[in-house]
Design a protein around this ligand. Structure first.
Ligand SMILES: *[C@@H]1O[C@H](CO)[C@@H](O)[C@H](O)[C@H]1NC(C)=O
Ligand SMILES: *[C@@H]1O[C@H](CO)[C@@H](O)[C@H](O)[C@H]1NC(C)=O
Ligand SMILES: *[C@@H]1O[C@H](CO)[C@@H](O)[C@H](O)[C@H]1NC(C)=O
Length: 357
């Protein structure tokens, strides 16, 4: 009832202006166009202010609610905010890291970083994979529960200082950062591959080496999940730096470039948000290792990541953990099938929609 009255008033105003009768004084007849334009603008702004009172703006900012998103898009300047000190610092550091040259090593190596509770059951398999390629790889083992017993000499002496890792918690990210920090010490390491104790190689070393060294993007899984196990885990406390529309999901196992490894260690701002506001068992069940890196890279270097991982993980069962293969499942056919996979299926949690990339 009130809004229509205002709109009518607005129309009235503009009608008045356009059918302005020729005035007695000459100059008035040539009433400059800009006044009319200005008055029209004033009308529009007043109507806008009336129909959308200012509290809507602050709501947009606080909740990024979908109700006012179209309005925000309509007047783009309203959603803009001043960057925080932390953001300005972070942006400066990240910009320079992303500007680094791609490879600075004459003897590039791949860092294989194993994140494991204890001993690695497939060391012998990895040894076969790595044999004959000395000098083109390095190995790091983060054992979070028990000191591993190594069955391959290639793994002996490769354990790094470790700490406990709890599933879903930030300690998982801390372990990844520990591995990256150790691997970055070797200036020849150019690609950083995170592996679990249940990973096995599916291609030859040369294939993997050429594949990774031949690209300048990182393989980090990243997609948007509008469902409860995606955006449902987002917390408003991540504002103002991380908005819900920035929030992403992805499987943990990555293969990243040196500058992205450095970027992860340099990031404090976004890491802190996830450390404080992305926790399992707090109602939202946010799993830091499924969201931190996808969200970070989606925000700071979206074109620099593939949005899929070179590590195959089967989430099609839609459970908390991916499909695991028992001894009886593992056959030549299965490995051949997995090796032939050339698309990543992203399983979202809204209505089990699938999307491939
Ligand atoms: C990455 O490589 C592509 C072509 O392979 C090139 O177009 C692009 O500029 C490179 N990006 C960077 C950041 O070096
Ligand atoms: C990954 O997704 C982002 C955002 O959707 C996009 O900008 C980027 O180009 C994608 N990366 C590649 C390599 O296609
Ligand atoms: C491998 O793929 C073929 C063709 O899709 C399928 O018929 C077969 O059951 C698969 N085998 C295994 C072990 O997954």
């Amino acid at each position: 009832m009130r809004a229509p009255r205002v709109r009518q008033w607005g129309l009235w105003g503009s009608k008045d202006m356009t059918v302005m009768p020729p005035a007695r004084h000459r100059p008035a007849a040539k009433r400059p166009m800009w006044i009319i334009v200005l008055l029209c603008l004033v009308c529009v702004v007043l109507i806008g202010a009336y129909v959308y009172p200012p509290r809507h703006y602050s709501q947009c900012y606080l909740s990024a609610s979908s109700v006012c998103t179209p309005f925000k898009d309509w007047l783009p300047s309203i959603g803009r905010r001043e960057k925080t000190d932390d953001e300005i610092i972070s942006a400066a550091v990240i910009r320079d890291i992303l500007g680094m040259p791609m490879s600075t090593s004459k003897n590039p190596k791949i860092a294989f970083m194993f994140l494991t509770p204890g001993s690695l059951p497939f060391e012998k398999l990895w040894e076969k994979f790595l044999q004959g390629h000395e000098g083109r790889y390095s190995i790091y083992v983060h054992a979070s529960r028990q000191k591993p017993v190594h069955t391959s000499s290639l793994f002996v002496g490769r354990d790094i200082h470790s700490d406990a890792v709890v599933w879903g918690k930030i300690s998982m990210i801390d372990a990844e950062k520990r591995l990256l920090a150790n691997a970055l010490e070797d200036a020849d390491n150019q690609f950083f591959v995170l592996l679990s104790d249940s990973c096995v190689p599916l291609h030859s070393f040369d294939y993997v080496f050429n594949y990774l060294m031949g690209t300048n993007i990182s393989f980090i899984d990243c997609f948007q999940d509008p469902g409860p196990h995606g955006n449902g885990r987002y917390s408003l406390e991540m504002l103002p730096e991380i908005e819900e529309r920035d929030f992403r999901k992805g499987a943990q196992w990555f293969a990243i470039t040196r500058r992205h490894a450095l970027l992860i260690l340099a990031d404090n701002l976004y890491y802190k948000k996830f450390k404080l506001y992305c926790k399992p068992a707090d109602g939202r069940n946010c799993i830091a290792d499924e969201h931190y890196l996808p969200t970070l890279f989606n925000m700071v270097d979206p074109g620099g990541i593939a949005n899929w991982s070179v590590t195959h993980v089967d989430w099609s069962e839609g459970k908390w953990h991916p499909k695991s293969y028992a001894v009886a499942d593992v056959s030549y056919d299965l490995l051949k099938n997995i090796t032939a996979v050339d698309e990543t299926i992203h399983v979202t949690s809204d209505d089990r929609r699938l999307s491939a990339s």
